[in-house]
Design a protein around this ligand. Sequence first.
Ligand code: SAH
Length: 487
Amino acid sequence: MSAPLFPLFADLRQRAVLVVGGGAVAERKVEALLHAGALPRVGAPALTARLDDWARQGRIAHVEGGFTPAWLEGVWLVVAATDDARVNHAVAAAAESRRLLANVVDDAELSSFHVPAVIERGALQVAISSGGGAPMVARHLRRQLETWLDDSWGALVDLFARQRQRIRARFPQLGQRRRFFEDALAGPLPQLLRRRQTERAAQWLDEALASPVAAACPGFVTLVGAGPGDPGLLTLNALRAMNEADVILHDRLVSNDVLRLARRDAARIEVGKSASGHSVRQEQIHALMLEHARAGLRVVRLKGGDPFVFGRGGEELEFLRAHGVGYAVVPGITAALACGAYAGIPLTHRDHAQSVRLVTAHCKDSLDTLDWAALAQERQTLAVYMGVAGLDGFRARMLAAGRAPGTPFALVENGSRAVQRVVTGTLDDLPAAALRHRVQSPALLILGEVAALADTLHWFGDAPLRGDAAPSSPALKDAAPTLAHAA
Ligand code: SAH
């Protein structure tokens, strides 16, 4: 094993750097050098149009002709970017004899320095090197990290850089300083910056530096939408929040595949309401959020779908606000969108539906309060949440309000999950079809002309089951048809 490279970040501002070669590769190198404020000197018989522009603007110096060691006079670094191996060799040898570091593009052996793959967020730079052995791997890793490092990192570095002197004066000892940084980073700063509240973040840091005792790091609650079940439907912000959480309060509806992606050390508390009832009352959920936030922890309240769509997210925020606890919301893909997509049902369609309504109808009371005349209008799609137990009442009221008995429906059970099932049919037959196929919670009802498209446009899992056909599994046929009273 040879010794590893020594990583360094060079200050090349106003320093001459020789680039040998005038093609596309040289152009990329020159661009990076200009970005770093260097003074590129480009030696080549001819230049690309862009290099030529830069030369005419005086941003680079063009040395015309073939390479001679005299080109190295007065430069700090050398880059050989020609497609002629002999020239590249000559450049590397000339640099070596003058003790200049040289990079030969695509030749790790000849290079005495390598250019890493870089991610930039303001003043923050993350450089990745494979030691010249496998630059593609470094680039691949960079792409993956790119998605993780949002802009707030740049703002964070900026903020601390501006207070650098003050932080040093306030915490002269390294140990103290380190603790201060750790507390500040574990506290509200990153969150504030991600929410684009730069002023408040600066204020927090100001106060933390002014107060004689280290500023308290208040707990924080993030309401996170976990989507319908397929972990691929989580947002990056949701993943980040789950990775930073100390405590995760999750609903029963949140899939195990999603929970597996959460930080391992995070405590998980299931507060989900089970279908039949309320396993943990809403007030208890409030109390749990408050207790953990007041203990200074980062709490993630993880909900199926989107927190603001039939998820009681509004009530939870009102409660947190009333108790002075900071919060943020990460939206999730709600069941209607996911079930539509995964069943091949476009919720709107120029030929069939101009609007879509998200409706909930989980008990008789909620059925009674709905505006049935409005719901029964044609050319609209209804996405009915929690409707499995009340399908009889739903059908009767829809028909009474004038929706045609032949209106197509689709029941999407476990949408986006491996066990997804879709049952299609017409309104008249809706409760019977659900019973026949023993549709269970969680299931979403999609009613409207678009629902029929599932029969042709489906792409995920099995083809839709026809509501009026007998279930194919003998085990199910024999089982007593009981409609799940689950929601
Ligand atoms: N906040 C959630 C909805 C909570 S209400 C969201 O935005 O999706 C719970 C109801 O959502 C369930 O009874 C069911 O009707 C629907 N639902 C949630 N996830 C589902 C899934 N994967 N497949 C089908 N329906 C689902």
